[in-house]
Write a protein that binds this ligand. Structure first.
Ligand code: LLP
Length: 414
């Protein structure tokens, strides 16, 4: 995380000391750096400058309105997977005309809302979905712009839970069936074929699966042209990984060069759907040590953040670096860093060497992506507040949930 640094032992994000934010807003607290978000976006814009393109930020990575608004102002489009995400994009000032709608299970209501808003494209994932969309667009007197999400059967070499482009995954239509499906789509009256889409997985650390998938998709686009079906855009999805520990993520500039070569002389616009690589290393989760609990085999640092705040370690055994916010005087000891939730799976990190005492603050790093957006109320814990740091200023962008708020939708049977 580039905008993280120490001044006199105190950890700062940009020019703001993290202990100040913890005092002011309490913990657990998600904190993001505006500069890091903008730098990540600009890195994409520069890497792909040679190819006409649109960056559609994958909202699921972090759907907080302030972040969506920031990306919208930078000119981004959005990749959404639900009516809820569409509503957020619109509320944040995003342009519906730059929205692509992915997902295997779009409901009729979600299709109607997206047609009403006038989105750029539906990424259709099955023949049944195609027929439903055609029917609904017809009922509304509209024409729905569509792509098929094709499943190129490429192994992205990532965690099995976040790999999506293999035959055995539920996503997309098999690339072998795509030509027939495109012919069908072209024959349906309330659809307009505009593009093609693929997304093979997330946290990819190798460029070659992305390049292989691009080759397979481009070959299909050429085959479709022979059938008289011409496309306006080619969406190659997201998936570029980030460094959590010691990974070497794909070099964006190299990815940009590879695609510039493949797109040279083509008429279709390139779309990308990055999520994690735009926000992951722009955010951290601040937590406070409640108790230090020495054990016979292990020492535990019990903190006030838990799996409901950051689910990735419990769900994927994901690694997040954990650092003490203020350099202490106590010698470092090895701890399992765990939350207060009543499950053994409630851990944030194992065997971490930390010089900490009770009451000290910890920063859980690289938590900007799939942190807050996957948070829950498990154990009736309110979801955390969020702060956006901007140089020496900071803005509360989401208040901490209240206990009253958490119960607001519930009713007692009379
Ligand atoms: N487009 C589609 C259709 C997707 O399904 C995804 C992510 C993205 C774009 C963005 O991918 P990214 O650039 O962020 O890799 N919760 C997991 C990650 C799940 C990713 C799901 N799809 C995690 O915490 O690692």
């Amino acid at each position: 995380m580039n905008t993280l640094h120490r001044i006199d032992g105190r950890l700062h994000l940009e020019d703001v000391a993290l202990d100040t934010l913890a005092e002011r807003f309490g913990t657990p607290l998600y904190v993001y750096s505006r500069q890091a978000l903008e730098t990540a976006y600009r890195a994409y814009a520069e890497a792909f400058a040679a190819t006409p393109h649109l960056i559609c930020y994958a909202v699921k990575a972090n759907s907080s309105l302030a972040l969506l608004n920031l990306f919208a102002r930078l000119g981004a489009g959005f990749d959404i997977v639900s009516g809820g995400e569409l509503a957020r994009v619109l509320a944040a000032g995003g342009d519906a005309g730059k929205v692509v709608f992915s997902g295997v299970g779009k409901s009729a209501a979600e299709m109607r809302a997206a047609l009403e808003a006038g989105i750029l494209c539906f990424n259709v994932e099955s023949e049944s979905e195609l027929h439903r969309l055609n029917r609904i667009a017809g009922e509304m007197g509209r024409v729905a712009p569509i792509s098929f999400r094709v499943n190129p059967d490429v192994d992205p070499k990532t965690h099995p839970y976040i790999s999506t482009g293999l035959k055995q995954n539920k996503f997309g239509v098999p690339i072998a069936q795509a030509r027939a499906l495109y012919r069908l789509a072209a024959s349906l009256p309330h659809l307009k074929v505009t593009g093609i889409d693929c997304h093979i997985g997330s946290q990819l650390t190798d460029l070659s699966p992305l390049a292989d998938a691009a080759d397979r998709v481009l070959a299909l686009v050429d085959a479709l042209a022979e059938d008289g079906i011409t496309l306006h855009h080619i969406d190659l999805g997201g998936g570029v990984g980030i460094r959590y520990r010691d990974e070497t993520p794909p070099d964006l500039a190299a990815y940009g060069r590879v695609l510039a070569q493949k797109f040279a002389g083509r008429r279709e616009r390139l779309l990308l759907e990055p999520g994690r690589s735009l926000v992951g290393n722009a955010g951290l989760l601040l937590a406070r040590v409640e108790y230090l609990k020495p054990g016979e085999e292990k020492n535990f640092a019990i903190i006030d953040a838990a799996m409901n705040d950051l689910m990735r370690p419990a769900l994927y055994e994901a690694y997040h670096d954990i650092v003490a916010v203020n350099a202490g005087t106590t010698p470092a000891q090895r701890y399992d860093v765990v939350g207060p939730i009543c499950e053994t799976g409630d851990f944030i990190g194992f065997a971490r060497d930390l010089a900490i005492g009770e009451g000290d603050l910890l920063a859980i790093l690289s938590a900007g992506a799939y942190g807050m957006s996957m948070a829950s109320n498990y154990n009736s814990r309110p979801r955390s507040a969020e702060v956006l740091v901007d140089k020496n200023e900071f803005h509360l962008i989401r208040e901490r949930e209240t206990q009253k708020g958490m119960m607001a939708q519930e009713r007692l049977p009379c």
